[in-house]
Write a protein that binds this ligand. Sequence first.
Ligand SMILES: Cc1cc2nc3c(=O)[nH]c(=O)nc-3n(C[C@H](O)[C@H](O)[C@H](O)COP(=O)(O)OP(=O)(O)OC[C@H]3O[C@@H](n4cnc5c(N)ncnc54)[C@H](O)[C@@H]3O)c2cc1C
Length: 377
Amino acid sequence: MWDLVVVGAGPAGSAAALRARQLRPDARVLLLDKADFPRDKACGDGIAAHGIDELDLLGLPGLVADYLPIRRLSVLSPGGAEVSATVARPNHVVPRKVFDARLVDAARDRGVEVRRHRVRAVEARDGHVVVDGTFTARAVVAADGASSTVRRLAGVPATAEKHTAIAVRGYADVPAGDDVQLIAMQKEGWPAYAWSFPIGDGTANVGYGMLLPRLHATGLPGRQVLHGRLAELLPHLPARDLRAHHLPLSPGRPRFGVGRVMLAGDAASLINPLTGEGIYYALLSGRLAGEAAVRAAADPLAAYRRDMRKALGRHLRTTDVLARAAQSPRFIDAAIGTAAGRQEVFDLLVDVGLGAGTVPLPLAWAVVRRWLRDLVR
Ligand SMILES: Cc1cc2nc3c(=O)[nH]c(=O)nc-3n(C[C@H](O)[C@H](O)[C@H](O)COP(=O)(O)OP(=O)(O)OC[C@H]3O[C@@H](n4cnc5c(N)ncnc54)[C@H](O)[C@@H]3O)c2cc1C
């Protein structure tokens, strides 16, 4: 009998396993992944400061300290408004091949049993869960990503297409000393944007993402659209090693699980619908799921749901409302325009887009006023 079986060893799964052993060093924790690590994962590799806080909470300060802290962020809105400013706390850009392998190594060092295994069956029994007829667990964390098998087996519907994005990422050479994270939004096919996130070693992670229904509406092959628009928006940064993946965006009130199965990270559709950021939410939800598994063994899902609502409830509802407003590119123009003149607005937007931030009424009003003014003009 395992105290916890975690399916998927990305940031969400490793965080769950790490937290369970951190709180109960004698807990029997099994971490399963269909891949061997190090493995690649299509991602922008951007780790927000909030994600670094999560690493601290997991007892892993300094896990990415050898990577360059990135302090500048430039955002170009669909209508051409621009803000370029210093972020309150630095972000990091760490290739997922490195980051995820470090997390798995840390979990193994903490006594988590890590095995290569693709999960195909999950069965609820009285008071426990049986995975693939072999592993019996008091609790299961489904952290198996955007196309989660465990989520489907547990009967939780997949993310609706209107809440799903798709993005391609690659790597490009950048001039020495490039230390600005760039986000260039695009009016055509909006919401859509390209990014360049310098790693600090003379290369940058570059990519382009858009909503899946917008891609389908083009009637063109996905590869042609995604690769073509990336090259169009960042012509000076020819990309290699291109790789695409779906992003299940948060619908505002995600489902957190069924019975003794808790969903975390992309399996719970926890990607920020405004930015496509998911690593922080994966680490946070994984940590809380691992915590619930060992602290509330009688009913871990109830504890997990409560903790998630406390940590992210208001934030998720905020980003849901903002994502609806952001369907209008002019709303984003107004938000970026406001942030360009006021550092506190810029900081708040970063907190909403990359962390657990919410929007105070006066700020919402400032943006709406500018939006209306621009509309009238
Ligand atoms: C192109 C792109 C760019 C992005 N850029 C950023 C960014 O810059 N910053 C950011 O914060 N977020 C970004 N995201 C989102 C981020 O990548 C995800 O939110 C994050 O990876 C979620 O972590 P996770 O642990 O939930 O899932 P994953 O990282 O996807 O890990 C899931 C794991 O489950 C394993 N697995 C799957 N099925 C099974 C199975 N049946 N049995 C066993 N194992 C299984 C997989 O092998 C994988 O290791 C981006 C996403 C994309 C697609």
